[in-house]
Design a binder for this molecule. Structure first.
Ligand SMILES: Cc1cc2nc3c(=O)[nH]c(=O)nc-3n(C[C@H](O)[C@H](O)[C@H](O)COP(=O)(O)OP(=O)(O)OC[C@H]3O[C@@H](n4cnc5c(N)ncnc54)[C@H](O)[C@@H]3O)c2cc1C
Length: 806
């Protein structure tokens, strides 16, 4: 066994083996994998081995498509058969709603790069003769789906890695992880110690245990999962070909051919979390759990109805095995905040679809310092301390049970809620707020009319929130609106090196004392890493604000670049509440409640001052994301409630009215304001998305400068635009394709109805070749139809920005 190496990958399941292979593929060959038993000894060996490329996140979908190509690649390199059955797959719809969603998905696949086809019941029957298609309306067929041999594919990856120089130590148990002062690690195993630079936790079912060896909490829960294998079915034996992989989401099951029978798996509502207090070390290799047929009966019966011959075939074997789920079902990958050189590579619920994609992205991150493209949907830093053990269990279980639920974009799932609440929560409840959750915190989405239930009907079209949100928007445009924006992330950065540190990290010029600037963060490649707001509170003290769900993501970045600097970086998000007030009457209100001068001359747009509001000591930022005159008030959480009450009381004379995030999004869309994770992501550069105007290209040095300068001169394939869509009952959500006549011209990033301009608006990346002529006619696919759209050259509301600056 080597005593020194660059990377130790812990765990030899499909994910660890993929990781080892990708590290070698990208150029690091001095790497080892340590496996306590044999390869596949965790959840991998008993998997059904199914894979598919569909995913609602385009980058995850791309990585899933990539994963499929890797199996062929490693089979060729290693000579090891991966047992590939590229049968194609059909997701079927048995309800009108599901069929509509599948058609919508099909349109979006154009954007995601998935070549899928809609097919009818007859074609489905031809491809899968054992299905009773009498209730089936149609299906979405993807040729790039199928199944493979879990053991063979893991071996092929491992062998290919070995051939490139990696070493694998089987029957070797990692017992402890000790970090040395220089940030490197001692991996303590039962066969001796290995010194290494980096650790990768790919311990699957035992990721929590391996995490705790380094003090890392891994928010996952193993869930029991059943599939059954049948005896031979005549129709299959006689069938010329192989059955496709069938995903029957309405029936909450999947099916594929296994010899001349089938494998039928279910996602049961009556689910069972397994070993919530920790995975026993004795488990594994060839262990399975006792089947709980009574728990899966309902779903099985549905399966037998859809596939009648399966019921008659007899059950040859029932498999009940555990595998892990993160709270939202996506992998947990990336560097772990606060633990240097420690990489998470676990929570991979669909190891055969996602393992290689996760491994590719993580290897890029380790070797190149950044991933190619936005992988936030899989980044372990989308969770923070709020994702406690019980939270992870409740959410993981909820995800398992709803994995195949028809998910609408306005769905808010209820498990583990309320979890974190702001100081204003009960006040918001009293005014009938409908809540969503962001980074564990309850946030007001909109306010239901008095006397009606504070709930929203899940829908792809405009919901019962539409009219109330419209009223909230008009209240902001005409008078004063008030928003609990406590979820906004607030970081205090101070110290003797704060200026030089921030000046390098932010691509913008730093604001002068008492002023505010928009502050893009760039990656070394010049792509976006963040879009923050920077306020200068003192010569060497800044308050930086941004999207609340990115707190760990931002803090990790700040901390990774602060080594050796005299800076103090504190996340004050939970400690400081934020109340936003916006609207033309806002200054009048502020004159009545604030202790200092709020007139334009003393407090212009993009300035920040400390002053009391009522009895509360506040920091007031003169900015608003509504496009109106507005102020963000930051206040210690203990004062927030009395401050809110006071603002409502005094604001009564101006018709003050609470508004929610939905109204904020709509008002922002009217101003063509982009938002992080939609218009702004690491997929784009400032020059592509309009943030270039905040970059100080003349600054001597900043992270990503060289690349940003080159990019400024470059021709970009796409450009960010705003669309006015002619749609009467639905608005775009994101990733809808845009057509110029019949040519694919780009895709929507986000959409909303602009209530005060009466337009269905969307922001979109459109191929530059289609922007050259103003005569182009565009259309966008919104839910179930293509509707005309025009590009608007300036914001739909107050394009000069005079109201916001007033
Ligand atoms: C019944 C069932 C059906 C499934 N069907 C599918 C499917 O069709 N398609 C799909 O994509 N996924 C499927 N899955 C999920 C799939 O099995 C998992 O996504 C995948 O196995 C996760 O792989 P992993 O490498 O992360 O974890 P694991 O397979 O659990 O591997 C972790 C490895 O780490 C080792 N290890 C742990 N701790 C240590 C230590 N301290 N020292 C050394 N080694 C250690 C373990 O021995 C183990 O080999 C299914 C799962 C089940 C249970």
């Amino acid at each position: 066994m080597k005593e020194h190496t660059r990377v130790v990958v812990i765990g030899g399941g499909i994910v660890g083996a993929s990781m080892l292979y990708h590290l070698t593929k990208l150029g690091w060959s001095d790497v080892v994998l340590v496996e306590r038993k044999q390869l596949t000894a965790g959840s991998t060996w008993h998997a059904a081995g199914g894979f598919h490329s569909m995913n609602s996140d385009p980058n995850v979908a791309r990585l899933q498509a990539y994963a499929i190509s890797v199996y062929k690649e490693v089979e060729e390199i290693s000579g090891q058969d991966v047992g590939m059955h590229l049968t194609g797959g059909i997701t079927i719809a048995a309800t009108a709603e599901r069929w509509e969603v599948l058609r919508y998905e099909h349109e979006r696949h154009r954007v995601l790069g998935i070549d899928s086809h809609l097919i009818g019941p007859e074609e489905i029957k031809n491809l899968c003769p054992i299905m009773d298609t009498s209730q089936v309306i149609g299906g979405l067929y993807d040729a790039n789906e199928g199944h493979l041999d879990p053991y063979g594919s893991t071996q092929a990856l491992a062998k290919s890695a070995r051939m490139a120089g990696a070493e694998i130590y089987l029957n070797t148990m990692v017992e402890d992880l000790v970090q040395k002062p220089d940030g490197t690690w001692t991996v303590v195993t039962d066969k001796g110690n290995i010194q290494c630079e980096h650790i990768v936790n790919a311990a699957g079912l035992w990721a929590r245990e391996v995490g705790s060896m380094a003090g890392v909490h891994v928010p996952i829960v193993p869930m029991e999962h059943h599939y059954l294998l049948t005896g031979d079915i005549d129709e299959i034996a006689e069938f010329d070909g192989e059955l496709p992989l069938i995903l029957d989401m309405d029936g909450e099951m999947y099916l594929r051919q296994e010899r001349n029978g089938v494998l039928l798996g279910v996602y049961e509502k009556n689910s069972t979390p397994w070993s919530v207090d920790g995975t026993p070390w004795e488990y594994g290799e060839s262990d399975l759990l006792e089947p709980r047929l009574e728990n899966i009966e309902t779903e099985l019966m549905r399966g037998f109805e859809r596939f009648p011959s399966v019921a008659d075939a007899g059950i040859r074997r029932i498999v009940n095995g555990p595998f892990t789920f993160a709270p939202d079902g996506n992998p947990l990958m990336g560097p772990v905040r606060g633990v240097q050189n420690y990489w998470s590579c676990c929570g991979v619920m669909a190891g055969f679809s996602q393992g290689s994609g996760v491994a590719l992205a993580l290897s890029q991150w380790m070797i190149n310092g950044e991933t190619e493209g936005d992988i936030f949907a899989m980044d372990v830093n989308r969770f923070g301390a709020f994702a406690t053990k019980t939270y992870a269990v409740e959410k993981g279980q909820e995800f398992y049970e709803n994995r195949f639920l028809l998910l609408c974009p306005n769905d808010e799932w209820p498990a583990a809620r309320p979890h974190k609440v702001s100081a204003l929560h009960d006040r918001l409840q009293q005014t009938n707020a409908v809540f969503g959750a962001s980074f564990g915190l309850e946030i007001p989405l909109w306010f239901a009319p008095p006397g009606s239930a504070p709930t929203e009907t899940p829908s792809f079209r405009r919901s019962n929130a539409h009219d109330p949100v419209g009223e909230e928007c008009r209240a902001v445009r005409d008078g004063v609106g008030i928003l609990d924006s406590s979820s906004i992330a607030k970081y205090e950065i101070s110290g003797p090196d704060a200026v030089s540190y921030m000046d390098y990290l932010f691509a913008s010029r730093l604001p002068d004392l008492g002023r505010i600037r928009m502050g893009p963060l760039l990656l070394p490649s010049g792509h976006l890493k963040g879009d923050l707001t920077v306020m200068r509170l003192a010569d060497e003290k800044f308050l930086v604000t941004g999207s609340g769900y990115l707190q760990e993501f931002h803090m990790l970045w700040f901390e990774q670049h602060s080594a050796g600097k005299k800076v103090r970086i504190v996340n004050r998000t939970d400690e400081l509440s934020a109340i936003a007030i916006a609207g033309p009457e806002t200054r009048e209100l502020m004159r009545l409640v604030a202790s200092g001068d709020v007139d334009k001359a003393s407090m212009p747009f993009m300035s920040v001052r400390s002053m009391d509001v009522g009895n509360a000591p506040c920091l007031i930022a003169r900015l608003s994301f509504t496009g109106e005159l507005g102020y963000e008030i930051y206040v210690p959480a203990v004062y927030a409630r009395s401050l809110y009450d006071y603002l409502l009381e005094v604001g009564g004379q101006f018709g003050i009215r609470p508004f929610g995030i939905r109204a904020l999004v709509s008002l922002g869309k009217e101003k063509s304001f982009g938002i992080w994770s939609r218009e702004f992501t690491p997929d784009y550069t400032p020059a592509m998305c309009g943030l270039g105007r905040f970059v100080d290209y003349d600054k001597a040095d900043f992270m990503g400068r060289e690349a940003a300068l080159a990019d400024r001169e470059a021709q970009h394939e796409h450009q960010l635009v705003t669309l006015d869509i002619d749609s009467s009952d639905a608005d775009a959500w994101g990733y809808e394709p845009i057509w110029c006549k019949d040519e694919y011209a780009g895709f929507v990033t986000s959409g909303a109805y602009g209530h005060t301009v009466n337009k269905s608006l969307a922001m979109a990346y459109v191929r530059t070749q289609f922007l050259e002529s103003s005569s182009h006619e565009f259309s966008v696919h919104v839910v179930d139809k293509r509707v005309p759209a025009v590009i608007i050259s300036e914001a739909a509301y107050d394009p000069s920005g005079s109201r916001m600056r007033s």
